[in-house]
Ligand binder design. Structure first.
Ligand code: UFG
Length: 340
């Protein structure tokens, strides 16, 4: 492997796990991250776990000249673009900020890559682009249509990538549409460390387990599902990270632009997740049922067959392993990366 892989947002949750997997696979890695929702400590731990250095630059992607200087300094061959804001509720309140950071950051990145002759990109997209699906499992031909500004930034970016790939056929681009990433590296050294009150189920459950929050509120139990709670496709972050490695390794065979789902293909309800987390933690976790959360879709899980065909990848880890690894991370690092 001659060139390096540039990871934008590489200090974040999915970025840091992907960084580790790529280093272990022999790739050289360069990380840019503005640290607005990440800690450099994650990269120190990745270096410690892999025994390999991680080149890091604190850069906001919208600073095109600073980004260009980073790309000029390293022999970048391909890019995995994770960087972006991702809180649904915040995006409703601050839509311009979301379009500026997510879309503006991507345009700036593509500008630099065009200038520097780099034409290989893997993009962090989301199953949120499917909105409320008409049917499950969801394949990549399903209609798209996001229900909030965050989701729309992902859709706009996917459209930009598709347009750029048409304009210049030298591009090789894959948009990975993640379902619900959870869990942590099995060492318990790196994991998910959200700032403030977690929006997502697993980090909230883990903060209840470690005593940072009193109880989980289950957002509605009157949905048309087996136990009345919503169904999602939870995927272990290490499986997800390996999906990125597979995408990079296959990118030469994938000209143009294509979206690929990364999910397990099976759905779990909120109560099934809470039961699995309780098994991992070894006690019943306090919870109560509250109102539905506005905008939640009833059921979302992937048809992962394109990932198998195109990337030669499939998820292998189950819900109990996801919870055991999330709990090892959270119990060893009750305050996340700020744990003394
Ligand atoms: N949930 C609770 N209580 C909580 C948090 C979540 O009951 O405190 C429930 C939700 O109602 C939902 C399930 O747990 O049924 C999963 O919720 P998450 O927020 O973890 O995941 P979502 O599938 O709702 O969110 C994901 C991504 C977002 C994306 C969104 C679009 O995390 O990035 O899909 O729907 F925008």
């Amino acid at each position: 492997m001659s060139g390096a892989v540039l990871l934008t947002g590489g200090a974040g949750y999915i970025g840091s796990h992907t960084c580790l997997v790529l280093l272990e696979a022999g790739h050289d890695v360069v990380v840019v991250d503005d640290l607005s929702n990440a800690s450099e400590e994650s990269l120190r731990r990745v270096a410690e776990l892999t025994g390999r250095p991680v080149a890091f630059h604190q850069v906001d992607l919208r600073d095109t000249e600073a980004l260009d200087a980073v790309v000029a300094e390293h022999p970048i061959e391909s890019v995995v673009h994770f960087a972006g804001l991702k809180a649904v509720g915040e995006s409703v309140e601050q839509p311009l900020r979301y379009y500026d950071v997510n879309v503006g950051g991507t345009v700036s990145l593509l500008d630099v890559l065009q200038r520097r002759g780099i034409r290989r990109l893997v993009f962090s997209s989301s199953a949120t682009v499917y909105g409320e699906p008409e049917t499950v499992p969801i394949d990549e031909a399903a209609p798209v249509g996001a229900t909030n500004p965050y989701g729309r930034t992902k859709l706009v970016i996917e459209q930009i990538l598709a347009d750029v790939a048409v304009a210049d056929p030298a591009w090789h681009m894959v948009a990975l549409r993640y379902f619900n990433p959870v869990g942590a590296h099995p060492s318990g050294r790196i994991g998910e460390d959200p700032r403030g009150i977690p929006n997502n189920l697993m980090p909230f459950v883990m903060q209840v387990a470690v005593g940072r929050r009193d109880e989980l509120v289950v957002f509605g139990d009157d949905y048309p599902t087996p136990d009345g709670t919503c169904v999602r496709d939870y995927i272990h972050v290490m499986d997800l990270a390996e999906g990125h490695r597979a995408a990079l390794d296959r990118l030469d065979d994938l000209p143009g632009y294509r979206p690929v789902n990364l999910g397990t293909g099976s759905g779990s309800t909120v109560l099934e997740v809470v039961a699995a987390a309780s098994r991992a933690v070894g006690r019943r976790l306090p919870r109560r049922v509250g109102d539905r959360r506005a905008g939640d879709v009833v059921a979302s899980f992937a048809d992962p067959s394109r990932a198998q065909q195109v990337l030669g990848w499939q998820a292998g880890r189950g819900l109990d392993e996801m919870c055991a690894d999330a709990w090892r991370w959270q119990s060893n690092n009750p305050q996340g990366y700020a744990t003394p």
